[in-house]
Design a protein around this ligand. Structure first.
Ligand code: ASP
Length: 346
């Protein structure tokens, strides 16, 4: 088989950071420094090229323009490489993974996102192992020569997760990510053990269809006991907002009082799309389980089932970015686009 060709897209993040001499705070640094600290990469018999952000960023600065840059880097080079590795800070990695899964339409090659908790220059860094494993996963082939991974995925320490199912779960554990509602795509131990059943299947290979437009006229709203009526109404009336991700309790419940339900109904009648997502780390919306959830559905709030918050927000941005009307977005939110949710609830 031909030598694998992999394109690394370096956006920044802790993996490539160095300590500022004066402040001792970590700041993004360039890709040459990063690669100098991973000489083992040369032991992989791959052809590796790179594209880097100028300047590299802390992922807290990630925005739609950066997602478009990553999408463009992949789309422009799609036919020349077998796989793509995106080096990224951990803070917003799950948002980027979710966004890319919607922006890269018809994706059938691996896009593996990784980073690290400790900078690559530190003795105990997790960056070296993560980078090498991500490259190996991006290069992995089935016996018939097709890519093993054909989706956007996050590789971190011992696991490969579906990108749009992942959430950052720890600020200091090396296993920083988890997909709470979907099994791992691979377990990394002595070897890389792929879980074929969980990996995304491609029924028909089509040309990549990049979707660049993302509409950021969306917002999130968290419920909590004691939420003030006026504050709630004020937030729902935020000018120009097209979509709201409403983070509710448990299986999708909220107050049953009329001020709450009426405010939601009026907002939906105004043409704003409201998607119900649970505050729980695991499980999802079961719209008809409790009257408290039933009332929300009856008011027109759309159940997000087991979608993550990160995927919910970026999916809305993507759907409005496609130029869909509110009713088209409402309908599209009920169906998975890139394996981001399972509708097996009653
Ligand atoms: N603040 C860093 C970032 O997200 C954290 C990390 O990379 O782990 O860029």
């Amino acid at each position: 088989m031909q030598q694998p060709r992999i394109l690394i897209i370096y956006t920044g993040g802790t993996i490539g950071m160095i300590e500022d001499v004066e402040t001792k705070a970590l700041r993004p640094f360039d890709f040459t420094h990063l690669m100098e600290n991973v000489p083992k990469v040369k032991m992989l018999d791959y052809e590796i090229d790179n594209i880097q952000f100028h300047p590299p960023i802390d992922s807290s600065d990630m925005n739609i323009g950066h997602w478009q840059d990553i999408t463009r880097s992949i789309a422009d080079n799609y036919n020349d490489y077998d796989g793509f590795v995106v080096l990224h800070g951990t803070d917003t990695m799950a948002y980027t993974a979710s966004a890319l899964s919607f922006m890269l339409g018809n994706l059938s090659k691996p896009v593996i996102i990784t980073g690290s908790q400790l900078p690559i220059g530190e003795v105990r860094t997790d960056g070296e192992e993560n980078l090498i494993t991500a490259l190996q996963i991006a290069a992995a082939r089935t016996p018939s020569g097709t890519p093993v991974v054909r989706e956007v995925a996050i590789l971190f320490e011992n696991y490969l997760w579906r990108g749009n199912r992942s959430t950052k779960r720890s600020a200091d554990n090396f296993n920083a990510f988890k997909s709470n509602n979907y099994p791992e795509l691979a377990k990394i131990g002595l070897g890389i053990s792929f879980h074929t059943d969980s990996l995304r299947k491609i029924s028909e290979e089509k040309a990549l269809e990049p979707h660049y437009a993302m509409d950021n006229k969306v917002m999130a709203l968290d419920l909590f006991p004691g939420l003030d009526f006026h504050v709630f109404r004020h937030l729902l009336a935020t000018p120009d907002i097209k979509g709201i991700v409403l983070r509710t309790y448990g299986t999708g419940n909220g107050p049953t009082e009329s001020w709450f339900i009426d405010a939601l109904r009026e907002t939906i009648d105004r043409g704003v799309v409201i998607l119900n997502v649970t505050q729980c780390v695991n499980g999802g919306i079961r719209p008809n389980r409790y009257i408290a959830g039933d009332l929300l559905t009856a008011a027109g709030v759309i159940p997000g089932y087991d979608i993550t918050f990160e995927a919910a927000l970026t999916k809305m941005m993507h759907l409005f970015g496609l130029g869909m009307s509110a009713s088209e977005v409402r309908e599209a939110l009920c169906r998975p686009i890139a394996g981001e949710m399972t509708i097996d609830y009653d």
